[in-house]
Ligand binder design. Structure first.
Ligand SMILES: [Mn+2]
Length: 319
C-alpha cells in the first residue's frame, strides 16, 4: 500500500468524492481525508454534488465542500472515490474521472467493482471512515487531530447503527477509543445526528408509517414516499433517511423496503434486513447493491410494478 504514499507524495492536486445521496460515513470520509491531505500541504478539492443533509452541518470543514465545476477544476493528479461500490454511484462523475489521472477507490461495500487504479476495498471494515483511519495511521502516517477524529467517529456511528450492527468489530471499538483520545465530543455528535430533527420530519415519519404495508406473513414491510407527502411536510427525500429503520425494527419483520418514485417510472429502492436475509443479493437482481443488511437499487417501472417485483423476489428468497 505504500504505493499510495508514493502516489500522494508525487501529486499535488487531489479531488475527493463519494456516492450520491450523502450519508454520515461518506461525507465524514471525504472531510477527514481532505483535512488530513491539507495538513501535508496538498491542494484538495472536497466534492459534494448533492446538498448536505442538515444533520451533518456540524461536521468540521464542511465549508470546504464544493460542487464539481470543470471550468475551475480542469485536472487532478488523484481522484479519491470513497464509500462507492461502482463509478456509476458518483453523481455527475464522468467529467471528473476524465480529468483525473489516477483513481483511488476506498470502500467497504460487498458489491465493489474494484474500478480504481488503486483499490483499497476492505469488506470487513465497518465503514469507509474506519478504512480512512487505517490509511492515515498506517500508510500515510498523517497525525489525526480533533477535527479529523470528529469526522471519523461520526462515520463509525453512522454506519454501525451506533456500534450495534454486525459490522461492528473489536477493531471498530479500538479505533473509536483512539478517536476519543483526540477529544471527540460524542454527546455533541449524537445531538446533531439524532436529537435535532425538525418537527416536520417527525410528522412526515408518522404519516409514512400510517401507510406501511406488510407481506409474506408480515416478514416483509414496505413503506413508500410520494412527492405529495414530502411537500405537505415541507420535506425533501433527505429527510426520509432513517425512516426505514422503523419498519425494519418491527418484531417479526425480517426485511424492510422503502420506495420513492423520484421521476416517472424511476423508483429508488432502499432495503434493510436483520438476521440472515441478504438485501445485497436482493438489490443485485435489480442492478443495485450495497451490503448484506443495507442496500439499494433503482427500478425502472411504476411504483406498483416495482413493489410487485420486490415482493416476488423476497418471497423466492424466503423459500
Ligand atoms: Mn459506508
Amino acid at each position: 500500500m505504500n504505493r499510495l504514499l508514493k502516489l500522494i507524495n508525487e501529486s499535488n492536486e487531489i479531488a475527493i468524492i463519494a456516492h450520491v445521496n450523502p450519508d454520515g460515513d461518506s461525507v465524514s470520509s471525504i472531510l477527514a481525508l481532505g483535512l488530513a491531505l491539507r495538513k501535508v500541504n496538498k491542494q484538495v478539492v472536497t466534492i459534494l454534488n448533492d446538498s448536505l443533509p442538515k444533520k451533518l452541518f456540524f461536521l468540521p470543514a464542511k465549508e470546504h465542500l464544493t460542487v464539481f465545476d470543470v471550468k475551475k477544476h480542469s485536472k487532478f493528479d488523484i481522484c479519491f472515490v470513497l464509500d462507492c461500490g461502482s463509478k456509476s454511484r458518483v453523481k455527475n462523475g464522468e467529467k471528473l474521472f476524465e480529468v483525473s489521472k489516477t483513481i483511488v477507490n476506498i470502500d467497504h461495500h460487498i458489491s465493489n467493482e474494484n474500478f480504481g487504479d488503486i483499490n483499497i476495498v476492505d469488506l470487513d471494515a465497518s465503514s469507509t471512515s474506519e478504512i480512512i483511519y487505517n490509511v492515515l495511521e498506517n500508510d500515510l502516517e498523517i497525525p489525526i487531530d480533533r477535527d479529523i477524529a470528529t469526522c471519523l467517529h461520526t462515520g463509525l456511528m453512522s454506519d454501525t447503527g451506533n456500534f450495534t450492527y454486525i459490522n461492528t468489530t473489536s477493531r471498530t471499538y479500538y479505533i473509536a477509543s483512539k478517536l476519543l483520545e483526540h477529544g471527540v465530543d460524542i454527546e455533541d455528535i449524537s445531538y446533531h445526528l439524532y436529537q435535532n430533527k425538525s418537527l416536520n420530519s417527525i410528522k412526515l415519519l408518522g404519516n409514512v408509517l400510517e401507510s406501511i404495508d406488510f407481506y409474506l406473513d408480515k416478514r416483509l414491510a414496505i413503506i413508500s414516499f410520494t412527492d405529495k407527502q414530502l411537500s405537505k411536510y415541507n420535506a425533501s427525500y433527505l429527510d426520509t433517511s432513517g425512516m426505514i429503520d422503523y419498519a425494519r425494527d418491527i418484531s417479526g419483520v425480517e426485511v424492510a423496503i422503502t420506495l420513492y418514485e423520484f421521476e416517472k417510472n424511476k423508483v429508488k429502492v432502499s432495503a434493510r434486513s436483520k438476521k440472515r436475509f441478504d438485501v445485497n443479493y436482493l438489490t443485485n437482481q435489480f442492478g443495485g447493491g450495497g451490503h448484506k443488511k443495507a442496500a439499494g437499487a433503482i427500478i425502472f417501472s411504476s411504483l406498483k410494478e416495482a413493489k410487485e417485483k420486490l415482493v416476488a423476489s423476497v418471497e423466492k428468497s424466503f423459500r
